[in-house]
Design a protein around this ligand. Structure first.
Ligand code: UT7
Length: 333
């Protein structure tokens, strides 16, 4: 018997209304629109309003996904939320979302894979569908990076934004559509290059940790950059080769959006054409776990995907974590 594939049958996104331009940030730190655009490709990012938390963004992304889909929340079996910025340490944002949307038959959990969180989560969710355990798994990639940014540190605060993307996984009714394969990696020795030191059990919140600004993102950008280009390219080629494809076969390459120069370097090495590549870092900056599902949802809404198309999703981020996922697009449910 052929194994069942998990397929995306609904997808949506949400970014907060509030746009923050590079010029606005140059009033807070010693930077410029010119530097940010040239070194990162970012022109603006979206930032939450005071009352918006991670779950609020996620719920809007879920609602966007279900606009074209008649589905009752009770029909959802499992909710997986990939994030590094949950509403709070516990309960999980998955539980908060489950309650807010009324998915009373679902259980759920948060998954911390940083910028690779969405790929980790969709690969995990797919297992429950492929084994036949569940019929409907909601996978969300969502982050409110502005909640952990030091707006006095020009090396990090210009890079990130807030956003959420959501997909529904269901069993594919056709042989060849759905998730084909994934490759996921971690290398914890890279942890020192990108992390948030305090707030966990190692450095619980205290006056000292706050004074030392340990609840913010800390990054050695140059080292992260170097590994990102190399490993995103390698893991893309690896998944294509082991499934008998080349980059020519790929309709859309949807990479994590951390820096336009990282994306361009991988695109050059993979010899992809511009029309094969999804880029939105200019408008949203790096939304961590949300970049890939937001890219997917935007590409879909822009009519860039049709049945039978091959999609290559690739990520790299804190951990280090990285990976790739190959799927064949089908009709939405
Ligand atoms: O999604 C998670 C994974 N994260 C990433 O993939 C991020 C990877 N890294 C990067 O994207 C880049 O390394 C950055 C965008 C973070 C930095 O770009 P860079 O070209 O690697 O710059 P740099 O760190 O080598 O810094 C060059 C100069 C430095 O000044 P000096 O030492 O040469 O005088 C920085 O202090 O640019 C300075 N600089 C800035 N200047 C103006 C750093 N940030 C800024 C800024 N505005 N915002």
């Amino acid at each position: 018997m052929k194994a069942v594939r998990a397929k995306i049958t609904a997808l949506g996104m949400y970014v907060p209304e509030r746009r923050v331009t590079n010029d606005e940030l140059s009033k807070l730190v010693d930077t410029s629109d010119e530097w940010i655009r040239a070194r990162t490709g970012i022109a603006e990012r979206r930032i939450v309003s005071d009352s918006q938390a991670n779950s609020d963004l996620s719920i809007k992304a879920i609602k966007n996904a279900f606009q074209a889909r008649e589905l009752r929340p009770e029909e959802i079996d499992l909710i997986i939320v990939a994030t590094v910025t949950p509403d709070m340490m516990f309960p999980s944002t998955a539980c908060i979302i489950q309650d807010k949307i009324g998915a009373k038959n679902a259980w759920g959990f948060d998954l911390l894979g940083a910028c690779s969180g969405f790929l980790y989560a969709i690969a995990t969710g797919a297992q429950f569908v492929q084994t036949g355990a569940y019929k409907r798994v909601l996978v969300i990639g969502t982050d409110v990076m502005s909640s952990i940014l030091n707006f006095e540190d020009r090396t990090t605060c210009v890079l990130f934004g807030d956003g959420a993307g959501a997909v529904l996984l269901e069993p594919s009714q056709e042989d060849d559509t759905g998730i084909i394969d994934f490759i996921l990696h971690s290398d914890g020795s890279g942890g020192k290059f990108l992390y948030m030191p305090a707030g966990g059990s190692l450095h619980p919140a205290s006056h000292e940790t706050v004074d030392k600004k340990m609840h913010y993102v800390h990054q050695d950008g140059r080292n992260v950059f170097k590994f990102a280009v190399k490993l995103m390219t390698e893991v893309s080629l690896e998944i294509l080769q082991r499934n008998g494809y080349t980059t020519e076969d790929v309709t859309l390459y949807i990479p994590h959006q951390a820096n336009l120069r990282i994306i361009q370097s991988s695109v050059e090495r993979l010899k992809l054409r511009p029309e094969q590549v999804v880029i939105n870092i200019d408008r949203y900056a790096n939304t961590t776990a949300a970049t890939i599902p937001v890219g997917l949802a935007e590409a879909y809404h822009q009519g860039r995907m049709k049945k039978g198309d091959l999609m290559l999703l690739v990520s790299f981020g804190a951990g280090f974590t990285w990976g790739s996922l190959l799927l064949r697009w089908g009709d939405l449910g």
